[in-house]
Design a binder for this molecule. Sequence first.
Ligand code: CLF
Ligand code: SF4
Length: 504
Amino acid sequence: MNQPVIDNSYLPPPASGCNRSSCGVSTDQAAVLPDDLRRKVEDHPCYSEAAHHHFARMHAAVAPACNIQCNYCNRKYDCANESRPGVVSELLTPEQAVKKTLAVAAAIPQMSVLGVAGPGDPLANPARTFATFRGLAEKAPDIKLCVSTNGLALPEHIDELARHNIEHVTITINCVDPDVGAKIYPWIFWKNRRIRGRAAAEILIAQQQKGLEMLVARGILVKVNSVLIPGVNDQHLKEVSRIVKVKGAFLHNVMPLIAEPEHGTFYGLTGQRSPSAEELKALQDACEGDMAMMRHCRQCRADAVGLLGEDRGAEFTMDKVEAMKIDHEAALARRLAFRAKVSAEREAKRALAHAPSSVPIQVIKLHKPVPAVEGRPVLMAVASKGSGVINEHFGHAREFLIYEASHAGARLIGHRKTDLYCAGSDTCGDGESVLERTIRALEGCETVLCSRIGIEPWSKLEAAGIQPNGEHGMARIEDAVMAVWRGMLERGQLATPAAERRRA
Ligand code: CLF
Ligand code: SF4
């Protein structure tokens, strides 16, 4: 049998002594990006952390087939409450997808991006994927187009991606070592043959790396997604991060494996465990020295609709879409007005940052410099339904944003999903109350900031060592988080072990 010829020249030399953190581009630093790059990312909820508070995306589920098999995927499983890639409720034709996107874009002025991300691989279904993009580009050219692919068929589609004016491509790269890859991918379908094991992984890796280089050469922004699989690629992803950064990827998104037996995936059925929140954060922190890390990914369904973290797909089933009457001109005007408003707010913030003498007094208070004493970092949970402010009731929150507050400022490090405490059911079926489960999900956080909170959750959170705080309703998240951190610092709650030792 002919062995496939593998080009390993994609592998760059090992890491030098370069301090890569100084070469990295953080999404938080969109303000310092060159203009053309900033224009590409500042309205994209995945490529800019700041944008995800304001802008929505939707996924058109037009791509049913896949050309590889991942051990964490089973596209047959669908549940309306499920939120993970590969899962959809309704497969669409390109015509339906365009109709649905226009309906969503008319109802949600924050909508700025259409992505094709499944339920299979968009580039294993190129006719359906590109027909969707063409149809939408004709009718709503203001919507950005985005693709997420496993990369196997990427090199052969680069020209077409560029022709369709696609500025954002995500490649899922879980490894650069075929021995690791053989544990993640049982097979690929390549040149009309099914190829298994290490040889399959070699081809996939080579195609991914070639595709990444070709995209970067065309000026297309590349985000790399990696699934963290404990015991399989956890030790390896730092090297993946280093290599994709060297090759010019814009952003790296390390996501936790989702593996439950009921999903029917290989990993789910064989008991492969998912990483803990601490393991995920540790790896993201370790990779961050090499490149900008995405911390706000919600592992969206392939038919997700709305702001990241919310799923409004049920409002836009095809029967509902068909019944909608839409004024497309008015819808476009609403979207442009929304973007102009966010853009004006951003400009005002930038101007503020560069002109301290003109800062209003109340803003000076919020941003007052941190006293020059040591204070340990603190994790805080934040309830928000968007716009970058604290505007969610504790009991209505389906997820909490997790911020780390320290001398360096407030940094989003992830999110934790919860059951809806106010939904009425008292227990989760395992004897644990919904509130208890929510409190468990917030483990490690010392404070939870929300717009309002009831007496019962307040006292139970306090008893669990998490201080509720409802004083910052409608405040900017980062300002509120830092105000709370400074308060703790001033009350002497944040002494570091080193400072304690010196005092002793
Ligand atoms: Fe969709 Fe992906 Fe485009 Fe975003 S999602 S195709 S880049 S528009 Fe975003 Fe969802 Fe994470 Fe993907 S939060 S899973 S990173
Ligand atoms: Fe599933 Fe995507 Fe992997 Fe294909 S590439 S098997 S759709 S996770």
